[in-house]
Design a binder for this molecule. Structure first.
Ligand SMILES: Cc1cc2nc3c(=O)[nH]c(=O)nc-3n(C[C@H](O)[C@H](O)[C@H](O)COP(=O)(O)O)c2cc1C
Length: 190
């Protein structure tokens, strides 16, 4: 059994909508329990409970939100050195494409690395000209199919990696996934 925490900040609901999709994707892998927590209600125990964590934040000035940073600052004394080896990924809602969404993702990823997390990238595409190599990005709320699929797939990949790494479920390794489904835009001769 694997535990996944979707920990997010959101002021106007855009990142929260992404979080719901990431959680849905995570729950699509069997033997996975998912908790979704806004930082206003999340406890350090939620992070300790989790095997995999998806951090969702609004992009603020090209970084994670001040609320998300403050949450980790406040709890770092309790958590740091006790949560090594968890698997992490990130998603963000920015106000615009090019507004620093991927910088905010890297901000989240580097913080998770500081705590000793294993973070991962993806090669997958979720639609034509839409990938989520560093995590999922949405401009505003996730409305486009490709953005919504990126959130779903990111959650699914997180649960899959936890299942492979923690429970030895090798069949969920990306190498065993259908390449044509993952990269439909590449056709038969990539
Ligand atoms: C203080 C602040 C800073 C922001 N900085 C950025 C930014 O650097 N780039 C950007 O694209 N959007 C920026 N935004 C817009 C938010 O990222 C955007 O509205 C987002 O969709 C909000 O997500 P939420 O509804 O989950 O709170 C900023 C918003 C605030 C309040």
């Amino acid at each position: 059994m694997s535990n996944i925490l979707v920990l997010f900040d959101s002021s106007t609901g855009h990142t929260e909508k992404m979080a719901t999709l990431v959680a849905e994707g995570a729950a699509s892998v069997s033997k996975t329990e998912v908790r979704m927590r806004h930082i206003q209600e999340a406890l350090p125990q939620d992070v300790i409970w989790a095997d995999g964590i998806a951090l969702g934040t609004p992009t603020q000035l090209g970084c994670m939100s001040s609320g998300m940073k403050a949450w980790w600052d406040e709890h770092s004394r309790e958590l740091w050195s006790r949560i090594d080896g968890k698997i992490g990924t990130a998603f963000t809602s920015a106000g615009s494409w090019g507004g620093g969404g991927e910088l905010a993702l890297m901000n989240c990823v580097s913080m998770m690395m500081n705590f000793g997390f294993l973070v991962f990238g993806t090669t997958d595409y979720s639609g034509p000209k839409t990938s989520y190599h560093y995590g999922a990005v949405s401009a505003g709320a996730p409305q486009e199919d490709a953005v919504r699929d990126a959130c779903l797939q990111l959650g699914q990949r997180l649960s899959s990696w936890v299942a492979v790494y923690k429970d030895g479920r090798e069949e969920l390794h990306p190498h065993h996934l259908d390449r044509a489904k993952r990269f439909p835009h590449l056709g038969t001769n990539p």
